[in-house]
Design a protein around this ligand. Structure first.
Ligand code: FAD
Length: 286
């Protein structure tokens, strides 16, 4: 197996990871970014990003991802499309095993973002799995469909707005509390294609005539072509043991460490901050 070394390994080519790699490049510090999917991370799911500076009319998540991609190519960021499987440290070296190779570095930056929370109630059986999604981009360009979205947060409301342009959407919230931004709630309430139902949990899902039949807690039955689940996200750290997270040469940036405070500007700020920090540490001879 071929072996590779660099100064900084970055796991994840979302906004945090790419911002970090770009700032490292400005110091001529060598880095490799590993990405298991596509550059841009979670942003590809965003309908319109209105709070990232420089875009006075907002920008779609897809367009912002294209720009991040172009910027990373212009800056000649070394992105390798490999899944990071595990991380170990030995003396002063971090060893990263990917789906293709083993790499070594002095520092590790974890920018792996979050993964969706799976419902505790086992409602997703094998026979319906192809119609159940956790990320909107995986649905592709669809129209004329009926989609049930479970969730009451920004993400669920953003998905509803996005899909409602060409589809019928039912938003199911298990409580009466809506966590989504007021502006998203208002836009959803003005859409003729979004029905919002609160105090609803899905207890069982069946496949009937190539559609999903959802049985709710109030005995209501809903049909849908697809189910989109957006009930929260948790840090994506499956590839690393907890004790390594305390290693002073291992940094976490962006959504993976920001709890509920998950925003693009925070992620990119973390990336730039950490690259500057690594530069200072290297200048001190460490
Ligand atoms: C629907 C929706 C709407 C949003 N709207 C906004 C908005 O309007 N404004 C805003 O500021 N933010 C918004 N966000 C949040 C924003 O997308 C995130 O805050 C941002 O993408 C976080 O960047 P990140 O780099 O920390 O993580 P991510 O974007 O999650 O990137 C992490 C990357 O790491 C990769 N990865 C994970 N594990 C591995 C592994 N083992 N090996 C290799 N690669 C790996 C992933 O594939 C991913 O590409 C929205 C998010 C969603 C879902």
């Amino acid at each position: 197996m071929e072996s590779k070394s660099t100064v900084v390994i970055i796991i994840g080519a979302g906004p945090a990871g790419i911002a970090c790699a770009i700032q490292l490049k400005r110091y001529n510090i060598d880095s490799i970014v590993f990405e298991k999917d596509k550059i841009g991370g979670l942003l590809k799911n965003a309908n319109i990003v209105e709070n990232y500076l420089g875009f006075p009319n907002g920008i779609s998540g897809k367009k912002l991802v294209q720009l991040i991609n172009t910027q990373s190519q212009t800056a000649k960021i070394n992105v390798k499309y490999e899944i990071v499987m595990s991380v170990e440290s030995f003396e002063d070296t971090i060893n990263v095993k990917t789906s293709k190779n083993i790499y070594h570095s002095k520092y590790l930056v974890i920018a792996s973002g979050t993964k969706p929370i799976i419902p505790k109630v086992p409602i997703i059986r094998d026979d319906i799995i192809e119609k159940v999604f956790f990320d909107i981009y995986k649905l592709g360009e669809i129209n004329g469909k009926k989609i049930v979205i479970i969730g009451g947060s920004d993400c669920a409301f953003d998905y509803a707005l996005n899909l409602s342009e060409f589809n019928q959407v039912i938003l199911l919230n298990r409580s009466t509390r809506i966590k989504a931004l007021p502006i998203l709630q208002e836009r959803c309430s003005h859409s003729g294609n979004i029905q919002y139902l609160d105090k609803r949990s899905v207890l069982k899902i069946e496949s009937v005539n190539n559609q999903l039949l959802l049985l709710c807690n109030n005995s209501e039955k809903l049909t849908a072509d697809y189910l989109l689940i957006a009930i929260g996200r948790e840090p994506n750290l499956d590839f690393i043991k907890n004790d390594l997270l305390n290693n002073p040469k291992v940094f976490q940036i962006g959504d993976v460490k920001n709890g509920q405070l998950r925003q693009t500007s925070i992620a990119t700020g973390d990336g730039t901050f950490t690259a500057m920090n690594i530069n200072m540490i290297l200048n001190q001879g460490n």
